[in-house]
Design a binder for this molecule. Structure first.
Ligand SMILES: Cc1cc2nc3c(=O)[nH]c(=O)nc-3n(C[C@H](O)[C@H](O)[C@H](O)COP(=O)(O)OP(=O)(O)OC[C@H]3O[C@@H](n4cnc5c(N)ncnc54)[C@H](O)[C@@H]3O)c2cc1C
Length: 395
C-alpha cells in the first residue's frame, strides 16, 4: 500500500532579522512549522545605542542574562545645572515598575545585546518548537502578498504560507502591502547617539554615581529645543546617551542617508548652555553618531492576503517614549497568539487573512498610555477591551 505523504509544514517567511523579526520567530516557534528569516545584512556588525523594554513577555530572565539592566529611577536637570526633579530624600525618583500593577521591570539594553539574546532564543534547538533558520545577505525586493512569494535581490523566490514584513523603517514589503510607496519623513529632529565606557566617567559629577550605584537610574537634562537622556546599559559597563537637537544637517541629505558621523564640535555648540559636566561627558565619547529621526503617518492597513507588516515597517515612531522595540515585540506576540493553533500548509489563504485582520485590530487600540504600560498580551487585551465595552453598553 502506498504511504501517504505527510502534509508540508506551515512555512513562515520573516523578512528582516531585527528586533521585531526575531521576536516574531520566537513567538511563532512550534513543532510543525518551518520558520525562515531573510535578512539583508550579514548580521556581523550590529549597531545601536540603548533600547528599553517595559513589558512582561515571559523571557525577561533570559534577556536580563543577556545584559539587560533594570532601570530603578530617574532625575531631571535644568540647563543651569539645577536638579529639577528628585525624590524627597534627594535621590532619583523611583520607578517601581515591577512592584506596581505594571508588573514588569523597565529593562535597558545595548541594542546589540538585545538583538543577540533574541537571536539565541529564535534559533536555539534546545527550546520548544522548530528553531528558525536565518539566511543572511538575503535582501528582499518585493512580495506577492496574495501568494506569499517574496523575491530576493538575486532573483530567487521563496514562498511562505505567511509572510511577515519586519524589514524596518525603510521596508520594501510595505509598498507590496499598500500598493504604493509610503516613506518615513524627516521630523525636524536629529539624535546624537553616544556610547561611553564607564572607566572614562568615574570622575564626572552626577554621571559617576549613575554608573556605580547598585540601583542605576536614567538622567535627563531638558533645554528649550535640546535635551539629553542617558543611562547605563550592559550591566553598567557602558553609558548610553541620546542627545536630541533640531535637525540642522541632515535634511539636505535625507534622500540618501539618515545616519552620519557626529561632530563633537557641533554637539558641544548645540549644548553650549548646558552644565559643564555634561559637556565633559560628551568629550569622553570615542565615537559619536548622528541619526535623523523620521516619522510616518498611520497606515490604512498592515496586511494583505498572506502578508503582514510589523514593527517599524508598520508604525515607525519617534523614540520619545522609548517604545520602538516594545511595540515590535508586542506585534510579534499578537501574531503568535492568533496563529497559535495553525497546523499545516493547507491553511486556506482566507483563514490566514482573517487572522491577520485580527492581529491588526488587536494592535490598534486608542488607549495608548494604558497600552504602553499595562499591555500583557493579545488575549488579555482583547478580554479587557471586551469587558470594558460590555460595561459601557450596560451603563
Ligand atoms: C542599525 C539599527 C540601530 C538601531 N539602534 C537603536 C537604538 O540604539 N535605540 C533604539 O531605541 N532604537 C534603535 N533602532 C530602532 C529599533 O531597533 C527599532 O525601532 C525597533 O526595534 C523596531 O524593530 P524592527 O524589527 O521593526 O526594525 P529593525 O530592528 O530596524 O529591523 C529591521 C531589519 O530588517 C532588515 N532589512 C531591512 N530591509 C530589508 C530587506 N529589504 N530585506 C531583508 N532584510 C531587510 C534590516 O537589516 C534589519 O535587520 C535601531 C535600528 C537599526 C536598524
Amino acid at each position: 500500500m502506498p504511504t501517504a505523504t505527510p502534509p508540508r509544514q506551515f512555512r513562515l517567511i520573516i523578512v528582516g532579522g531585527g528586533i521585531g523579526g526575531l521576536a516574531c520567530a520566537i513567538a511563532l516557534r512550534a513543532p510543525d512549522r518551518e520558520i525562515i528569516i531573510l535578512e539583508a545584512s550579514r548580521m556581523n556588525k550590529e549597531v545601536g545605542a540603548a533600547i528599553s523594554i517595559t513589558k512582561s513577555w515571559g523571557i525577561e530572565d533570559e534577556l536580563k542574562r543577556g545584559g539587560g539592566a533594570v532601570d530603578s529611577g530617574f532625575q531631571i536637570f535644568r540647563t543651569d545645572g539645577h536638579l529639577q526633579m528628585k525624590s524627597k530624600s534627594q535621590k532619583p525618583i523611583p520607578l517601581p515598575f515591577k512592584t506596581s500593577d505594571y508588573d514588569a521591570d523597565r529593562l535597558c539594553f545595548h541594542r546589540v545585546d538585545l538583538h543577540e539574546s533574541l537571536k539565541g532564543l529564535a534559533t536555539d534547538p534546545s527550546r520548544p518548537g522548530n528553531p528558525a533558520t536565518i539566511r543572511v545577505a538575503s535582501r528582499v525586493l518585493s512580495c506577492d502578498c496574495e501568494s506569499g512569494i517574496v523575491t530576493l535581490e538575486n532573483g530567487e523566490t521563496v514562498q511562505g504560507d505567511l509572510v511577515v514584513g519586519a524589514d524596518g523603517i525603510h521596508s520594501k514589503i510595505r509598498a507590496s502591502v499598500l500598493g504604493k510607496e509610503v516613506t518615513a519623513s524627516p521630523t525636524g529632529l536629529s539624535a546624537y547617539r553616544l556610547i561611553i565606557p564607564k572607566e572614562k566617567l568615574l570622575t564626572i559629577p552626577h554621571v559617576s554615581a549613575m554608573m556605580t550605584d547598585d540601583n542605576p537610574w536614567t538622567t535627563m537634562l531638558l533645554g528649550r529645543d535640546c535635551r539629553v537622556v542617558m543611562g547605563p546599559c550592559r550591566e553598567q559597563s557602558l553609558l548610553s546617551i541620546v542627545a536630541l537637537v533640531p535637525d540642522q544637517l541632515m535634511n539636505e541629505q535625507a534622500s540618501t542617508s539618515w545616519t552620519a558621523q557626529g561632530s563633537l564640535e557641533d554637539l558641544l555648540k548645540s549644548f553650549d548652555d548646558f552644565p559643564p559636566w555634561i559637556k565633559d561627558t560628551f568629550k569622553a565619547c570615542p565615537d559619536i553618531s548622528l541619526w535623523q529621526l523620521r516619522d510616518m503617518e498611520a497606515l490604512p492597513t498592515w496586511y494583505k492576503g498572506r502578508t503582514i507588516l510589523i514593527g517599524d515597517a508598520a508604525h515607525s515612531m519617534l523614540p520619545l517614549q522609548g517604545q520602538g522595540a516594545s511595540q515590535s515585540i508586542e506585534d510579534a506576540e499578537a501574531l503568535g497568539y492568533f496563529f497559535r493553533d495553525i497546523v499545516a500548509a493547507e491553511e486556506k489563504k482566507d483563514h490566514v487573512t482573517r487572522r491577520l485582520e485580527q492581529v491588526f485590530e488587536a494592535r490598534n487600540p486608542a488607549e495608548f498610555m494604558d497600552y504602553n504600560c499595562r499591555y500583557s498580551g493579545a488575549e488579555a487585551w482583547l478580554t479587557g477591551s471586551r469587558a470594558a465595552a460590555t460595561a459601557k453598553s450596560a451603563a
